[in-house]
Design a protein around this ligand. Structure first.
Ligand code: SAH
Length: 248
């Protein structure tokens, strides 16, 4: 899959992963940070910044929105200007495993649907140094929500992301690494269906037409259709979950 086709497909969307404004703000409420405090925030793997904008509208602070893909950041800059938020949101093209931050510069690290790129454990370990003492980490991460599950979905995730685990184990990883849990909750079905998969399905036909049905675009669409089918079949066994934790 070419980088360009992937970015073209996703950059027009409000979000590049499951979630909702409501859940973003619910997670923020669990941080205990006040809306009137001035907070220094990094949003890592921000995409086109759906959640960055939701937070920046509500929270007084400075946001460093980081993504590997300049195409997403260009779109976020466009939206930011349109909303008059350019003084609050700064975009930075960088990789999450090599962030251009100072130690202890941040009150809040945010990352929705992205930490899997470097792995949950590596991410929470590596990013901790950028948080001020008492600073807060908010990440969403794919999580097993039942004790057992059909072999098919187990095999899929064990190949796609072997770090998938139970919430209790994720929380344990946070605690072993010096974080104090502030809260945990899973996403609603609407966050997957209405906010992520349905808008994708609505774009498939135009995307294929715009790229003259190039084989790589057909492949991308087929992969997403399979992902959606799988979600519908196995959604009782996994979900994205928010983990909110303080640096101890
Ligand atoms: N947080 C957004 C986007 C989630 S999709 C949302 O929830 O809508 C995951 C994002 O992580 C993509 O924008 C992708 O470009 C970015 N990403 C993937 N690997 C990365 C890396 N190594 N460093 C920084 N960003 C990365």
């Amino acid at each position: 899959m070419s980088e360009e086709a992937l970015v073209n497909f996703h950059k027009v969307a409000d979000r590049q992963g499951p979630g909702s404004e409501e859940e973003t703000l619910q997670a923020f409420a669990l941080t205990g940070l006040g809306q009137e405090d001035f907070v220094r925030v990094a949003d890592i793997g921000c995409g086109t910044g759906g959640q960055t904008i939701s937070l920046a509208r509500q929270v007084n602070g400075h946001f460093k929105a980081v993504d590997l893909r300049p195409g997403f950041l260009a779109e976020l800059n466009r939206r930011t200007k349109q909303l008059g938020l350019q003084d609050r949101i700064e975009t930075i093209a960088a990789s999450m495993d090599d962030l251009p931050f100072e130690e202890e510069e941040l009150d809040l690290i945010w990352s929705e649907g992205a930490i899997y790129s470097m792995g949950f454990t590596a991410g929470i370990k590596n990013w901790k140094k950028y948080l001020k003492p008492g600073g807060c980490l908010v990440v969403s991460e794919i999580t097993w929500i039942t004790h057992s599950r059909p072999a098919e979905i187990e095999a899929f995730w064990n190949t796609a992301y072997p770090e998938i685990d139970y919430a209790s184990r994720k929380i344990n990883v946070l605690e072993e690494n010096g974080y104090i849990l502030q809260g945990y909750f899973t996403l609603s079905e609407d966050s997957w269906r209405e906010n992520y998969y349905q808008p994708m399905e609505d774009r498939f036909a135009t995307f294929l037409e715009d790229h003259n049905h190039a084989p790589e675009t057909q492949q991308l669409v087929a992969e997403y259709q399979e992902e959606i089918r799988q979600y519908e079949q196995f959604k009782d066994f996994y979900n994205y979950a928010f983990y909110v934790a303080k640096k101890g």
